[in-house]
Design a protein around this ligand. Structure first.
Ligand SMILES: NC(=O)c1ccc[n+]([C@@H]2O[C@H](COP(=O)([O-])OP(=O)(O)OC[C@H]3O[C@@H](n4cnc5c(N)ncnc54)[C@H](O)[C@@H]3O)[C@@H](O)[C@H]2O)c1
Length: 248
């Protein structure tokens, strides 16, 4: 219970990785705001778990972000930790056919969305405060979906800069980069399990795999870790050697 007495806000807390992160932070003793553009989903999380506040927050809208974070501080009296999971990819045409809007939509949600949340949260974070951002392995190597991947890649340098800026105030800032995780985003695509052979550990990830890593980085257990990107990816970043052994 290393986060007892602390308050965390999780964007995207209504579904998937965000929802699992709310549970993981509660298990460490934190009080948690589940902040989501889908208020009904956030409310369902809050109804399920005591110590959770549902907040409507749209990361693509600065005034909504500012109001959502203010609501959390007003309710709990403080904020110690921001976890930014809201994000996602959308169907785009092949690179040469993409519109400027395909690019700016990916940036709005996956990069500027994080910037807006950190900007609003950081004035509240004091000594021992932390920020954990959820990126993607798409930000580490070529996995397709260029606008989404480039936006996620920007997060690595963002957390390094923020870690350097706010470290002297005792605030840590880290990034996790998940591989394929079993959430609703795979529902229309035949499910995630067809990708399992790519993973040296032989399976795709579960939301709790990411949530446990996030909760560790958010907690004082990671008190001397800042500015890092942690792949949470069943080893897929190691490369394809496990698929090629017979041919080597
Ligand atoms: N599922 C995967 O395979 C996978 C892999 C790598 C990275 N990720 C990243 O993990 C994060 C969570 O993805 P997930 O799979 O849990 O998705 P999900 O769709 O299950 O959950 C995303 C949550 O974010 C919320 N959200 C969407 N737009 C929002 C906005 N503008 N403002 C506030 N909330 C918003 C949604 O309502 C939802 O509750 C995303 O950043 C995604 O890019 C997912």
């Amino acid at each position: 219970m290393s986060m007892t007495g602390r308050v965390a806000l999780v964007t995207g807390g209504g579904h998937g990785i965000g929802r699992a992160t709310v549970a993981a932070l509660r298990a460490k003793g934190a009080l948690v705001a589940a902040a989501d553009v889908d208020l009904a989903a956030a409310r369902a999380v809050a109804d399920d778990t005591d110590g959770v506040l549902a907040v409507r927050l749209d990361v693509t809208d600065r005034s909504s972000v500012d109001a959502g974070i203010a609501r959390c501080v007003e309710h709990f009296g403080r904020l110690d930790c921001l976890v930014s999971t809201a994000g996602g990819d959308r169907e785009t045409p092949e690179f040469a056919e993409m519109s400027d809007d395909d690019w700016s939509a990916a940036y709005e949600l996956n990069l500027l969305g994080v910037v807006r949340c950190v900007r609003a949260a950081v004035p509240h974070l004091g000594e021992g405060g932390s920020v954990v951002v959820v990126g993607s392995v798409n930000g580490l190597a070529a996995w397709g979906s260029e606008p989404y991947s480039v936006a996620k890649a920007g997060l690595g340098v963002l957390v390094q800069n923020l870690a350097a800026s706010y470290g002297p105030r005792g605030v840590r800032v880290n990034l996790v980069a998940p591989g394929t995780i079993r959430t609703r985003v795979w529902d229309g695509q035949g499910g995630p399990d067809r990708l399992a052979p790519m993973y040296p550990l032989g399976r795709v990830g579960e939301p709790a795999d990411v949530a446990n890593a996030v909760a560790f980085l958010a907690s004082p257990d990671a008190g001397w870790i800042t500015g890092v990107t942690l792949p949470v990816d069943g080893g897929v970043s190691t490369g394809p050697i496990h698929l090629l052994r017979d041919r080597w």
